[in-house]
Write a protein that binds this ligand. Structure first.
Ligand code: F6R
Length: 369
């Protein structure tokens, strides 16, 4: 049942090319335009969305943070991302032109469900991005975009995360198309890049040994920091969460720009720091700023491990280890940069002898508030 892998988590990490492919499948018409007919909200109504609020918990909330960068860029609709359990307690501003997008693998997370119910009561349109057909959150929402990633058994979410990010991109492209914000040519280009992602993930999986070796050597590490910027910021948070959940290692993700505002005080000799490096080809290149951050922590004794695009030679000099990922457009990078971090956490936990599929104190679906 584990398909020859040691754990469901390893199996699910390796199913990610397929998961992304399945999420993309059948979402375009013959002209190559986005066709999300399954959405069941009047396109006119969607077009007039004044604000999007993304609600989710844990890994799904990090997918929501990635979604914010892409959806705002492609649609010019303001996007807020909120942890579902915080949402109801702050008197949020919602009306009929607010689109509330929930993201949930299980579709049963009570915190997220209660937030969706509250949003509906306040008059918002609700759209669920969900992996589990017929689960409660999509049933109670006005519209649903299913992930089709297949069942996720391991408690820690991996393939559902990539599928959530993919589905969020589809939603962003669709809204951009509806509002005339994106031209057909642009949409085609982005979709073509999305369709090339599964084989790029596969190439990362094919080179996983380097990551697993590092994880084995780091089994005694008491703490790991993760830095990222732009869409790399939620990836850093996700990398840290995976390590906490699976390997019970204290791990923190930071926005790289925050470093000098506090976290740099944590750096001492030998402190491992993972850095998710933006593309050197980004439109507003943050690359050199993040390279400076790598130098800053390294100068203070950090052991720097970078996740960088193929051909990014600037990081090599300042990294103990570089994990390369294939090139794609900057907004799509999380679909690739997340993968080495998942492999790392899984391998490190396995090295410590922990049950990676059933980490202590956690449940796959959190049905209590
Ligand atoms: C992380 C993890 C949790 C879930 C969170 C939301 O690996 O498993 O953080 O992502 O509990 O769960 P869903 O997506 O089912 O709403």
């Amino acid at each position: 049942e584990k398909g020859g892998y040691d754990s469901f988590m390893e199996k699910e990490i390796n199913e990610q090319p397929k998961a992304v492919e399945e999420t993309l499948l059948g979402r375009t018409d013959a002209e190559g335009r986005l066709a999300l007919d399954e959405l069941r909200i009047d396109p006119e109504e969607l077009k007039n969305t004044s604000k999007i609020i993304v609600l989710a918990c844990g890994t799904a909330a990090y997918a929501g943070q990635v979604a914010k960068y892409a959806i705002e860029h492609w649609t010019r609709i303001p996007v807020e991302v909120e942890l579902a359990h915080e949402f109801r307690y702050r008197d949020p501003i919602i009306d009929e032109t607010t689109l509330v997008v929930s993201i949930s693998q299980s579709g049963e997370t009570m915190d997220t469900l209660m937030a969706v119910r509250y949003a509906k009561e306040q008059g918002a349109r609700t759209l669920a991005i969900c992996n589990t057909n017929g689960s409660t959150i999509p049933r109670e929402s006005d519209a649903v975009l299913y992930l089709h990633a297949g069942p996720e058994i391991a408690v820690a979410s991996t393939k559902a995360f990539l599928a959530m990010v993919t589905a969020s991109y589809l939603l962003g492209l669709y809204l951009g198309q509806l509002r005339g914000q994106l031209f057909t040519g642009q949409i085609k280009d982005i979709l073509a890049d999305l369709h090339s992602i599964p084989s790029k993930i596969q190439s990362i999986l094919d080179n996983a040994d380097q990551i697993k070796d590092l994880a084995r050597r780091m089994a005694d590490t008491p703490s790991v920091l993760f830095l990222g910027r732009h869409v790399g910021f939620p990836v850093a948070m996700e990398g840290a969460l995976k390590l906490k959940e699976l390997a019970y290692i204290h791990a923190e993700g930071f926005a790289a720009g925050e470093l000098k505002h506090g976290p740099i005080a944590l750096i001492e000799e030998g402190q491992p720091v993972f850095v998710v490096v933006p593309s050197p080809h980004g439109r507003h290149s943050l690359h050199s700023k993040v390279v400076s951050n790598i130098q800053e922590v390294r100068a203070r004794g950090a052991k720097t491990i970078t996740v960088a695009e193929d051909g990014d030679d600037a990081v090599r000099e300042f990294s103990e280890t570089v994990f390369h990922v294939p090139e794609t457009q900057p907004l799509l990078m999380p679909l690739l940069t997340t993968v080495p971090l998942q492999i790392f956490a899984c391998a490190l936990a396995a090295e410590k002898g922990y049950d990676v599929d059933q980490p202590r104190n956690l449940a796959k679906s959190v049905t209590v508030e």
